[in-house]
Write a protein that binds this ligand. Structure first.
Ligand code: GUN
Length: 280
């Protein structure tokens, strides 16, 4: 039987520690504050933003939401970002992705001050991560690294295969794994014979957003499987990228969906917001 990697409990532990830290900061007159920008009405994004706001409230982090019309111009968006960059009360800024197609997300992330970029998506912070300078690290990879640490899952010299090459998860994940001396392979939509590669993985991390993509024949016995996918089926059920029921008994450790990586992403965002007060 596999050990279930309980991201929910671990995230709770982290959030409780952060709650104490915020109390101490407050007593010194320091108040972390997160500004979240959401453009349009993507239903999944609304759920994520609500969860982020709930976590802030729980920990005692101030939170302000900016809901923008989906037709907003680049100039208007950049004006808002500039105002938040210059606002002394705001310590962290997050632009919820995805944003409407007429806007360039990379330009928008670049506009957010690297000192307030709690998502770690500004190119300065992406670059710092890649050369090993302490900075804001993208929250999902950071959360996965904390799971490895908590469960003492060794990375050095291990074959780790990452499915998905997004700027939000896949690419920063590779940097985090390399920093711990793992041997990393990244697979994507154009990769050929994907199962031959995944079958060699000691650790498989899936972040592609396709329900039940990772099947029994794709993993080796005793592999560690991390499921980043959050896919909503037509019946409303939330499932990951991994065919959990069929695979679980073949793995040594596996994350559930929900209750695995998702809560860790939020806990790490909270950690980054608290880290942002140091840049004030
Ligand atoms: N959309 C999906 N995941 C994320 C994330 O981690 N940060 C932001 N800003 N948007 C997202």
């Amino acid at each position: 039987m596999a050990i279930i990697l309980d991201g929910k409990s671990l995230s709770k532990k982290i959030k409780n520690n952060l709650k104490d830290e915020v109390k101490q900061l407050n007593s010194k007159g320091i108040f972390p504050k997160l500004a979240v920008i959401m453009i349009g009405k993507d239903p999944a994004s609304s759920v994520y933003v609500k969860n982020k706001s709930k976590a802030c409230k729980y920990i005692g982090i101030e939170f302000e939401e900016f809901l923008l019309d989906e037709n907003i111009s680049e100039e208007e968006l950049f004006n808002l970002i500039d105002n938040l960059n210059n606002d002394n009360k705001i310590t962290g800024i997050l632009l919820q992705a995805p944003i409407p197609k007429h806007l360039d997300i990379n330009k928008a992330f670049e506009r957010i001050s690297p000192k307030k970029d709690v998502d770690g998506f500004n190119p300065i912070n992406v670059g710092k991560l890649s050369i090993g300078i302490d900075t804001f690290i993208s929250c999902t990879p950071l959360g996965i690294m904390k799971i490895f640490e908590e469960y003492k899952i060794e990375l050095q010299g291990k074959n780790v295969v990452v499915l998905g090459r997004s700027n939000i998860v896949g690419k920063p994940m590779v940097q985090c794994l390399l920093s711990k001396n793992a041997t990393v392979t990244i697979c994507h939509s154009k990769t050929q014979n994907i199962e031959e590669i995944t079958k060699r993985a000691d650790i498989l991390i899936s972040a592609i957003g396709k329900p039940k993509f990772v099947k029994e024949n794709m993993i080796k016995d005793g592999a560690v499987v991390i499921d980043v996918g959050i896919n909503r089926l037509d019946n409303g059920k939330l499932v990951g990228d991994v065919d959990f029921d069929k695979i679980e008994s073949k793995t040594s450790y596996i994350t559930p969906v929900p209750g695995g990586v998702g809560p860790m992403t939020i806990a790490c965002l909270m950690e980054n917001v608290i880290k942002s007060v140091k840049n004030k």
